[in-house]
Design a protein around this ligand. Structure first.
Ligand code: FPP
Length: 254
C-alpha cells in the first residue's frame, strides 16, 4: 500500500499484538434505549438522550477502571438522520454541549477523542468543534475514546472500496496486492484494534450497521438495561461474561 493510506493511529498502539490484559482491549457499545427510558417516565425523548449522556461518563469511568484501552461509542448512526428534525437538533445540541463541557476533562485525563463517521453532514460549526476536540486531545495515549457520529458501516466500507478503486486507477495500488490489512487501512478505523467485545443495551439483539467489518471476531453481550440506566455494575457484568467466552478466532479447540 502506498503511504497515502498509512494508518493514522499507528503510533498509538500495536493493533496486531496480543493484548497483555486478561480482559478486552477494545470495547464498543451500541447505546440503545434512551427513547424508551424517557417514554416510560412520561418524559420527552430528549430527556432520555440527556440521561444517556450521563451514562456515557459512567461507561468511560468503568472502561478505564477495567483497564480497557479503547472505547467506541455509537452515538449517532447514519440512519438517525431519518429522525424528526427536532430530535436531530436535540442530539446535535447535546453533542455540542458535551464537547464544550467534557473535552477539557477528557484532555486532562489523558483521553484521546477520535471521531469516525460522515461528519460533513453536520453543520460547519459542529464540524469545527469536533476537529478542535480531536486536535486538543491528539497527543493523549492513555485511553482512546472513539465516537461514531453519523456513522454507518456500509457507508464506511463503500468509501473504502471507492478509495481503493481510485488508487488503482491512479496506478498507486496494485489490485492483486490488496489484502485484508490493506483494505482495513482504508476504513475510518485504520490503525485501531478491532473491538474484542461489543455491548448493546436495551435488550435488542442487532448490530444496526455498526462496525460490520471490524466485528468479525468480536464477542457480543446484550444487556437488558436501557442505556440511561447503564451503571458500572453492568460493565462489570459484561466483562465477567466476556471472561467466560473461549475466543478461538476460527481455530480448532485446543
Ligand atoms: C439510542 O436510543 C440512542 C441514540 C440514538 C443516541 C445516543 C445518544 C446518547 C447516548 C446521548 C448523547 C451522547 C453524547 C456523547 C453527547 P433510542 O433513542 O434509539 O432509544 P429507543 O430505541 O428506546 O427509542
Amino acid at each position: 500500500m502506498s503511504s497515502q493510506v498509512a494508518a493514522p493511529f499507528a503510533q498509538l498502539a500495536t493493533p496486531d499484538a496480543a493484548s497483555p490484559l486478561a480482559g478486552p482491549r477494545h470495547v464498543a457499545i451500541i447505546m440503545d434505549g434512551n427513547g424508551r427510558w424517557a417514554s416510560s417516565r412520561g418524559l420527552p425523548r430528549v430527556a432520555g438522550h440527556r440521561a444517556g449522556a450521563e451514562a456515557v461518563r459512567r461507561a468511560i469511568t468503568a472502561a478505564r477502571a477495567a483497564g480497557v484501552q479503547w472505547l467506541t461509542l455509537y452515538a449517532f448512526s447514519s440512519e438517525n438522520w431519518r429522525r424528526p428534525a427536532t430530535e436531530i437538533s436535540d442530539l446535535t445540541g447535546l453533542l455540542r454541549h458535551y464537547l464544550r463541557h467534557e473535552v477539557a476533562e477528557l484532555a486532562r485525563g489523558g483521553v484521546r477523542l477520535v471521531i469516525i463517521g460522515d461528519r460533513t453532514r453536520f453543520g460547519a460549526d459542529l464540524q469545527a468543534e469536533l476537529a478542535a476536540a480531536e486536535a486538543r486531545t491528539a497527543d493523549n495515549t492513555a485511553f482512546i475514546l472513539v465516537m461514531a457520529l453519523s456513522y454507518g458501516a456500509r457507508d464506511e466500507i463503500v468509501a473504502a472500496a471507492r478509495r481503493a478503486a481510485e488508487l488503482a486507477a491512479a496506478g498507486t495500488l496494485d489490485p492483486a496486492s490488496l489484502d485484508e490489512a490493506g483494505f482495513a487501512a482504508l476504513l475510518a478505523t485504520a490503525g485501531m484494534p478491532d473491538p474484542d467485545l461489543i455491548l448493546r443495551t436495551s435488550g435488542e439483539h442487532r448490530l444496526s450497521n455498526f462496525l460490520l467489518w471490524q466485528a468479525a471476531y468480536a464477542e457480543f453481550v446484550f444487556l437488558d438495561v436501557l442505556w440511561p440506566d447503564f451503571a458500572e455494575s453492568h460493565f462489570a457484568a459484561a466483562l465477567a461474561e466476556y471472561a467466560r467466552r473461549d475466543r478461538r478466532f476460527g481455530a480448532r479447540p485446543g
